[in-house]
Design a protein around this ligand. Sequence first.
Ligand code: ADP
Length: 395
Amino acid sequence: MNILVINCGSSSIKYKLYDARQERELAGGLIERIGEAEGHTMHQVGGKKYERNNRIPDYDAGIAQIIDLLTSCGDPPPIETPADIAGGGHRVVHGGESFSDSVLVDDTVLAAIDQCSDLAPLHNPANLAGIRATMNVLAGKPQVAVFDTAYFQTMPPEAYHYAVPYAWYEKHRVRRYGFHGTSHKYVAGKAADLLGRAKPNLITLHLGNGCSMTCIRAGEAIDQSMGLTPLEGLVMGTRSGDLDAAIVFYMMSQGLSADDVRRGLEKESGLQGLSGVSRDLRDVMGAAGEGNARAALAIDVFAHRAKKYVGAYLAELGTCDAVVFTGGIGENSSDMRKGIVEGLAPLGIELDESLNAGRSREPLRISTDASKTAIWVIPTNEELMIARDTVRLIS
Ligand code: ADP
């Protein structure tokens, strides 16, 4: 059963075609600069790359191009006709309080996603456009929406409420939702298998350009570091994460507009803002190694913030079976992993430095045998999770 997994950004489409029964990736690619004078497409199949530079006016044209590439590139192409695709799975960033699981798309679901657009104005409209385009191009094929927020709908009220006027919640839906749910759910499931426990207590860290942590009790998410939007929580590539909300109106009193402050906190903060070097941890670490003090500071602030959350989540859990690292930083940076869990041995979290230095595309345990809480590195696979949910719902 072939499933097309689609992740639409504000001017891009990432896609993968899966043989979902075998959990095998058949092809994939990225279309960028949708709506611009010239778009760019990079398609991969069977170890070969195909590039196209042509105008992609809208998402319908983008999806049509994906189908054309899937049916024409490769030796032989992975599918002969669009009819060989059983359905589509779509990443949707914000599901508000409406969705606690993935769903088959119908008109009610489309309307509910649209209603969440003011909570995620950069993402939901693009996600919606991608679903509609796939429905147009693959007429009659079922489509499934997989929400970044759904996994966190098990959070109890004391975790998801902000202590703000209650009317802000009732009238404006101001609460913590949590994001990166597909990734946290995937690695939590893997960790449960590896630990041989159906319902473990876990702390999962997804550290990429966006960074978030989840506190999982007996297999259910009970807290998450991201909030109303993905801006809250950990230090990220360009996002500030947690801050005193008064900074917003203080900086406005200093002459910045609301848009200036938003741009500052979303695009010019985090590793980028502190280091002044890059949002990419590899560059920041390189600069720190050459003696750049602000780059070193950025790394320290990043690790300090994550460590603080580990402590908070340990307190929520009482006992924790495993701390799990994933995402580009979590999977690849042994130095950052060390910075985050260093000094936690008295709390039962003890890193084995030689295991931590190892590299693997498979899950890797990096704690000592004596560590009460295991530490694992588990590569994430959000697209596979979306393909699995799609199969579950359309079967
Ligand atoms: P996204 O959130 O965009 O999917 P990724 O999960 O790919 O991003 O993570 C990107 C981050 O991972 C970047 O900060 C990058 O520097 C970091 N990263 C990737 N490989 C390494 C590495 N070997 N060492 C340190 N950081 C790394």
